[in-house]
Design a protein around this ligand. Structure first.
Ligand code: FES
Length: 608
């Protein structure tokens, strides 16, 4: 008889015929000890014959549940990031019922716990300000309630790391259900890609190449269904990372939100989490250093968002794995970009990627760079999960012998402008800027930069290095996605579509161009970017991985002595706490007090 684990393996990639994996013979994966329900965490709430447990049981009955529905069953939290202002998760309002169906089928007791929805589109000043809030909410929701395992429903950019950070710190069995990419955009017969085509057509409008009516057409056609951005933006990057680190059913991160396979994936995840509770398969058993190295390799091969670096470092450190910029640099040098998806690729979108074989196919193509023995939520290894994966379009998912970019998606640069590192995306920029020297034009805030780029008399030249500072973790605050600084109108009218840009901000994964990002330490706390002046020559050399401002050490020291720290922006509330405790980009922008080394968590609340 097939087990839930077998079903998880055979249908979690609904794009493909059954994955061709035989039911587990037990030869490859040792059978874990099956826990007795008396060991479940929730038993502490529902089990004892005392006054407090009487209260818990009577309140469950108040909600209409009978003791048969919870007794000896694992209680499964569904952490759902649905809201009416979260367009990427619209389907989660009903998809949660499919997760519940799966949990009930497998003999669990499902409970839905809504959490911060973190809409990338609507949250201001930036959703990154709240990633750690979702992480804390997730951890504390799981800790404070009678929960034995969790299904995490997310996908829109920060929801994936936010949910995983919290669940990893809490470390009870958890499985991630990605929202799935939306359908391709369409306008006037042209395919539109999330974000990328917004920036592209906005510049065309500013350059006078399309009409206001055209622009309205783009506005109506670029987001045609529920689901996450369908370019290789941060959402698709992070869900692929969640899968490659072992936290998603095989192939699950590629399934389109509007595909019936997504409903099956949701139900299957519900069935699987119940088994995971019996197996006590916790995130920290899955998220080893080798698992994070797999995630970095996959990110590089996918043509990932620059945001991957920040989130991966934070996630790995919550799992007790010391991943840093050097690990990204190592994989960047050896894993080529083979996912031909925009913005690194020119044509295809996540819908094409799904039809071409999805993440299993991509991982199979780079298997020599992966640790195939890593454990995953299936209870099997990554190697077993991708065995037999096929490619149906080798222009979308290329072989490593025919990559779209010979090295990894991202490059880490260091030098006197960024002693703790910064990031650039060579696969998605005009290649003539790979080595560039030019005079800096420096802005201290976004409004003055925005005004200048519309001023056709402002002294921008094609060689200019446009710089925005005070846009980092503390300066933004929250490190907004301003890093793809807008092209000056003057240069657009000259026919130029790229220039060297630099900031301590992030940029959307759907963005592109010669943009140096995440400069660390940030200018707001006195990093060298704070000392740069308009007219200084800045040199970027991607091959040498270096970034410099061409001034003497003596001049640098004199400017440092004269530098005055800007005033902090928040005097109370969450913003105050954020600015006191946020770490720099190279440390993953986690709160210092949430680091693993800060101290052991209180994993079990006392029940009096
Ligand atoms: Fe939600 Fe892009 S806005 S994934």
């Amino acid at each position: 008889m097939s087990t839930t684990k077998d079903r998880a393996m055979s249908q979690s990639d609904p794009n493909l015929p059954p994955a061709g994996l035989e039911p587990d013979s037990g030869e490859n994966s040792p059978q874990p000890r099956r826990r007795n329900p008396s060991e479940f965490r929730s038993r502490r709430w529902f089990g004892p014959a005392d006054l407090r447990s009487f209260g818990h049981r009577s309140r469950a009955m108040q909600m209409g549940y009978s003791p048969e529905e919870w007794t000896d069953k694992p209680v499964i939290a569904i952490i759902n990031t649905w809201s009416d202002l979260q367009p990427c998760h619209t389907h989660f309002k009903t998809r949660v019922d499919d997760v519940k169906r799966g949990i009930l089928m497998a003999g669990g007791f499902p409970v839905e716990l809504p959490a911060l929805s973190l809409s990338e589109s609507y949250l201001k000043p930036t959703s990154m300000l709240y990633r750690n809030m979702l992480a804390m909410e997730t951890e504390e929701l799981l800790r404070s309630h009678p929960i034995d395992g969790a299904v995490l429903m997310g996908g829109c950019d920060k929801t994936t790391p936010g949910l995983l950070l919290g669940a990893t710190s809490m470390n009870i069995p958890a499985i991630f259900v990605p929202a799935g990419p939306m359908l391709r955009g369409n306008w006037g017969g042209k395919t539109l890609g999330s974000g990328s085509d917004s920036w592209k057509y906005w510049d065309e409008l500013r350059a006078g190449k399309i009409t206001d009516q055209d622009w309205l057409g783009v506005e109506g056609g670029i987001a045609r269904s529920y689901g996450t951005c369908m370019t290789m933006g941060t959402a698709s990057t992070m869900t692929a990372i969640a899968e490659s680190v072992g936290m998603v059913l095989p192939g699950g991160s590629s399934v389109l939100a509007a595909d019936a396979g997504h409903i099956r994936l949701s139900s299957e995840s519900g069935r699987r989490i119940v088994e995971m509770v019996y197996e006590d398969l916790t995130p920290q058993k899955i998220q080893t250093r080798k698992a994070y190295e797999n995630a970095i390799a996959v990110a590089m091969a996918m043509g990932c968002s620059t945001n991957a670096i920040i989130h991966l470092i934070a996630m790995a450190r919550r799992a007790g794995q010391d991943i840093g910029l050097d690990d990204f640099e190592r994989y960047s040098r050896k894993v080529p970009v083979i996912g031909n998806v925009r913005p690194s690729g020119n044509t295809y979108l996540m819908e094409d990627f799904f039809y071409a074989g999805g993440i299993r196919g991509l991982m199979n193509n780079i298997r020599e760079h992966l640790h195939l023995d890593c454990l995953t939520v299936t209870g099997r290894t990554l190697g077993e999960n991708i065995e037999g994966a096929k490619i149906y379009n080798d222009d979308v998912i290329r072989p490593t012998s025919n990559p779209i970019y010979g090295e990894g998606s991202l490059a880490v640069l260091k030098g006197n402008l960024a002693p703790d590192g910064c990031v650039i995306k060579p696969a998605a920029m005009d290649q003539k800027f790979l080595k560039h020297s030019g005079p800096a034009v420096v802005f201290d805030d976004y409004p003055s930069m925005k005004k200048a780029v519309e001023d056709e008399d402002y002294p921008f030249t094609p060689d200019t290095v446009m710089v925005l500072r005070n846009a980092g973790p503390q300066g933004g605050p929250g490190m907004p996605e301003w890093g793809m600084l807008p092209m000056p109108k003057k240069l657009l009218k000259m026919g130029l579509r790229d220039m060297m840009r630099m900031s301590d901000a992030r940029m959307s994964g759907t963005s592109y161009g010669a943009c140096v990002l995440h400069v660390a330490p940030e200018s707001f706390v006195g990093g060298p970017l704070a000392l740069l002046r308009t007219g200084d020559i800045v040199t970027v050399d991607v091959e040498a991985r270096s970034i410099r401002m061409e001034i003497s050490d003596e001049e640098m020291a004199a400017r440092r002595a004269a530098w005055k720290a800007p005033e902090r922006r928040y005097e109370r509330g969450y913003g105050w706490m954020f600015s006191k405790h946020i770490q720099q980009a190279d440390q993953g922008c986690d709160f210092d007090f949430l680091r693993t080394e800060f101290g052991a968590p209180v994993s079990e609340p006392v029940i009096y």
